[in-house]
Design a protein around this ligand. Structure first.
Ligand code: GUN
Length: 293
């Protein structure tokens, strides 16, 4: 069994990006600038956005954090997005999800300039992804592809079962794994909350990508020997023995499933760090495209 070490690979990627930034600086070029908008003060979202901003510092990017109050109206957020769209110094930006209920997420995603949409959530970029055109691939699915690539996990002709149909992970992942090329060429089954007898399907899977948010949902008796398991779950479970009062738990019963797996991602230290590395990669790409305009 091989652990797909997202922490190590993400550090390798950050080192590679830092090298690129050094070269840009040596040539007197502008370095990539990422902005992140967060609305409200949800603890998990603040942690993620903080990690994204720190990662920018580590690779030599410029970063801007815009924190808006929980009572921000949709119009106010759309104004902020318009400013970022028009600010030539910003190469790419993200609006951290989820948003408070008074704000329509679809209106927000549509307002982001597709050329600065380093999350790849705008319908134009999502459509380009589905049509194999060059685009920004959403960071978490992009990170999973990169892990499969760097560990040379065979995906061609394999049965990939995706659990969860979120717009951020499950849906794009199901499209990407079925695309022509590597990683891809899989036969994909997309399962979700209405799927019946899910264990009958997961037992047939060569590769399982689970993005459900249900701690330890995937048990050893639901998988076959040699399965590849990618765990995207990151749920905070109360734990009095931890200083923070919680621990981070994935969707997979790691202790038992890992005994049957050929490759598996840990939580934490698997997909999570890859998401941040790939956001940086998309921001570098945004800068390169922006400089050519
Ligand atoms: N919330 C959870 N994951 C993500 C992500 O990848 N991007 C944004 N913007 N919000 C998220």
């Amino acid at each position: 069994m091989t652990i797909l070490d997202g922490k190590k690979i993400s550090n390798d990627i950050k080192d590679e990006i830092a090298e690129e930034v050094k070269k840009m600086k040596a040539k007197g070029e502008k370095v990539p600038h990422l902005a992140a908008v967060i609305v409200g003060n949800d603890g998990a979202s603040l942690t993620y956005v903080g990690s994204k901003v720190r990662a920018c510092e580590r690779v030599g990017f410029e970063s801007t954090l815009i924190q808006l109050s929980n009572t921000t109206s949709e119009i106010e957020l759309l104004d902020t997005i318009e400013e970022l769209n028009n600010n030539d110094d910003i190469d790419g930006f993200i609006v951290q999800l989820p948003l408070p209920e008074q704000i329509d997420e679809q209106n927000v995603l549509l307002a982001v300039d597709p050329n600065k949409d380093v999350d790849g959530f705008h319908p134009m970029n999502f459509g380009r992804m589905a049509l194999d055109m060059s685009t920004f691939i959403p960071a978490t699915p992009f990170g999973i592809l990169e892990l499969l690539d760097r560990y040379q996990v065979e995906t061609s002709g394999k049965h990939t079962v995706v659990i969860g149909r979120s717009h951020i992970v499950g849906r794009p992942m199901s499209i990407l794994m079925g695309r022509k090329g590597f990683p891809g060429n899989s036969t994909v089954t997309l399962t979700h909350s209405r799927t019946k007898n899910i264990e009958e399907i997961t037992k047939q899977a060569d590769i399982i990508i689970t993005a459900l948010g249900k701690p330890e949902f995937l048990k050893a008796d639901m998988v076959k020997n040699g399965v590849v398991v990618i765990d995207v779950g990151i749920t905070r479970v109360p734990d009095a023995t931890k200083q923070r009062g919680y621990r981070i738990t994935g969707d997979v019963d790691f202790e038992n499933v890992s005994k049957k797996a050929s490759f598996i991602t840990p939580v934490p230290g698997g997909v999570g760090p890859m998401t941040i590395a790939m956001l940086l990669k998309n921001t570098l790409l945004a800068r390169e495209r922006h400089s050519k305009k």
